[in-house]
Design a protein around this ligand. Sequence first.
Ligand code: PQQ
Length: 231
Amino acid sequence: MSAWSAVEFEAQLRSIGEKRYHHLHPFNERMHSGELSEGEFRGWVRNRFYYQMNLPKKDAFILTKLPGREDRRQWIQRIIDHDGRTGDEGGLEKWIRLGNAVGLTRDELYDVDTVLPGVRFAVDAYVDFCREKPWLEAVASALTELFAPDLLSRRITDVSHHYPWIATEGLEYFRARLTQQPKDIAHLLELVLTNAKSREQQDACARALEFKCDVLWSLLDAVELAYSKSS
Ligand code: PQQ
């Protein structure tokens, strides 16, 4: 089969997110309409931290495989964005502030033994995918970020509106991601659109994006099942 043009290929990738990204998950829909109990919100923040903790690790696996120096220079910033460095607290610390705002301590967030099994399974699968797959597919699995900015802006507005018990300071993680994400997205698209030349490579990238949508979806399935009765 012949390869898609870059424009067609990008449209294919975007159509996957329109159908399978976690903005459509019932738990997210309930978050945005103000229906989550405090226990459900806390359960999401606690378990999503396991995803956050693992982002720098999966990005480090990808870093070891990227062939070009210029791409590694850009990619390494993703690790710094989450882990931070002197003078820049980083995303993990901001997520801990969100945890504190919903009543979780740092120790509770870092206690990996209390992560829900389904969340651990999904996140570990994502890290393993990035460790094992060729760099192009591993990079393509991060393309869910294409769909995140809309969701993040809505989350900031809707959470501030519906959950006044969460201090606004707790939402700093999402505000920071809105400024960081455009450069990540531009780099992801450049890497994938210019390097997936054959139809086989393009299809493999599309499968990687579908897999990642499933990771995010499964995470919310597990959270919804575990906390739906909590007040
Ligand atoms: N996804 C990645 C990735 O796969 O490399 C990195 C991030 C996401 C983030 O740093 C995020 O904050 C983030 N947030 C959401 C969200 O809150 O809905 C989704 C995603 C995503 O789509 O994978 C990421």
